[in-house]
Design a protein around this ligand. Structure first.
Ligand code: GRF
Length: 202
């Protein structure tokens, strides 16, 4: 499978995906990395891995629809099988999402449907939750509400600090994102009418 990855920042999840594709764990090739920020370290990671990169500055566009149109055009240059959001900090318009429905996945640092949006780790701690984690899901027009492909769960430790919890969830993300892409690339699961459907070989 051919994959485009969208990043806005550090790109540690991108790095986990690059590594998994490189070592053969994930039967996919990342053919393009796009960022809306020129200084995203994810772009540096991609360049170091020899992956073509693009920078599309969202500030140059009048509205979300115009930015998304430019993004769709850039994605169209490679027409990958899957588009992977890895710390991409822009909300995508329904028009864009629907165009890539079933091909577009995201990772979110909470056990969705708990804590869509930002500051998920602090919210889990403030709520006194016993568990926390991360979710890989198909992207649908409502933010952080698409069907889950896999969740990584961990037990919150007594007196765990915010930074410690963040780091542990991040490490979990680096395991479940390549796992999800592996299943997708193998055709083990797909998106059908708002749900994840597994295809078990017989
Ligand atoms: C991750 O926590 C991911 O769940 C969220 O953005 C963060 C990206 O981290 N969507 P990185 O850039 O992959 O290190």
């Amino acid at each position: 499978a051919r994959v485009s990855v969208l990043v806005s920042g550090n790109g540690s999840n991108l790095q986990a995906l690059i590594n998994a594709c490189r070592n053969g764990t994930t039967p996919a090739e990342i053919v393009q990395v796009i960022s809306n920020r020129a200084d995203a370290f994810g772009l540096t990671r991609a360049r170091e891995a020899g992956i073509p990169t693009a920078f599309i500055d969202h500030r140059l566009f009048d509205d979300r629809a115009a930015f998304d149109a430019a993004l769709a055009e850039k994605l169209g240059e490679v027409a990958a099988d899957f588009v992977v959001l890895a710390g991409f900090m822009r909300i995508l318009t329904p028009g864009f999402v629907n165009r890539f429905l079933g091909k577009l996945i995201n990772i979110h640092p909470s056990l969705l449907p708990k804590y869509p949006g930002l500051d998920t780790h602090a919210r889990a701690l403030a709520s006194g939750d016993k568990t926390h984690g991360a979710t890989v899901h198909f992207v649908t027009p409502t933010v952080d509400a698409g069907p889950a492909i896999v969740q990584g769960v961990l037990d919150i430790q007594p007196d765990e600090t915010l930074d410690h919890l963040k780091a542990r969830v991040h490490a979990l993300e680096h395991r479940i994102y390549p796992q999800a892409l592996t299943w997708l690339a193998r055709g083990a699961l797909r998106y059908v009418d708002g749900a994840v459907v597994w295809q078990i070989a017989n």
